[in-house]
Design a protein around this ligand. Structure first.
Ligand SMILES: Nc1ncnc2c1ncn2[C@@H]1O[C@H](COP(=O)(O)OP(=O)(O)OP(=O)(O)O)[C@@H](O)[C@H]1O
Ligand SMILES: O=C(O)C1=C[C@@H](O)[C@@H](O)[C@H](O)C1
Ligand SMILES: [Mg+2]
Length: 164
């Protein structure tokens, strides 16, 4: 949460000239509900089911730059989809630094306070690392710097072919 997945993917999509989708935004539009409302009214399990459905849909379509929600990694079925269908980038940032960046806490119901975020991160960290094809540390870096590094990396790997 707050590592910059949404903002960096938006920038990378512009640099690379590729289509992109933000899973959280798509989920909200698709179900016509805000994530905070889904958590409040239906609970996390309901949200996770919707998230898995959306991820599976997106993964079946054309190649796409996808920024996921921070918790997509908690379900094994999602990790499988990501590993099998995706080239997975882990944007790494310690919760303390993520909290310092964050403005809209209401939109992230699981990021209630720093302690809660630290606990989540401790549970998730190994999944992030094991699912990722590449890890990029983002502390103290602009989204532009991270996006340009990724652009070069993905071209080197033959995943992006477009010219800037
Ligand atoms: N490299 C950065 N430097 C400074 N601020 C940043 C950086 N990346 C993102 N931010 C800011 O941090 C906040 C969270 O960023 P963003 O929404 O892109 O994170 P996210 O990883 O998509 O989070 P989530 O897991 O909740 O979807 C935003 O206010 C954004 O402007
Ligand atoms: O880390 C998480 O579990 C979440 C992150 C956000 O992107 C949203 O997907 C939602 O708030 C849950
Ligand atoms: Mg996001």
């Amino acid at each position: 949460m707050g590592a910059g997945k949404t903002s960096t993917a938006r920038k990378l999509a512009r640099i690379a000239g590729v289509a992109s989708v933000d899973l959280d935004t798509y989920l909200e539009r698709r179900f016509d509900r805000r994530i905070a409302d889904i958590f409040a009214e239906s609970g996390e399990d309901a949200f996770r089911r919707m998230e898995s459905q959306i991820l599976a849909e997106v993964a079946q379509g054309e190649p796409l730059l996808v920024s996921c929600g921070g918790g997509v990694i908690v379900r094994e079925e999602n990790r499988q989809v990501l590993r099998q269908r995706g080239y997975v980038v882990y944007l790494r940032l310690a919760p303390r630094e993520a909290a310092a960046r964050m403005r809209n806490f209401k939109a992230r119901p699981l990021f209630k306070d720093l302690d809660a975020a630290e606990r989540l991160y401790a549970q998730r960290q190994r999944h992030y690392e094991q699912t990722a094809d590449v890890v990029v540390d983002t502390a103290g870096r602009s989204t532009g710097s991270v996006a340009h590094e990724l652009f070069r990396h993905l071209r080197r790997k033959g995943i992006l072919w477009q010219q800037a």
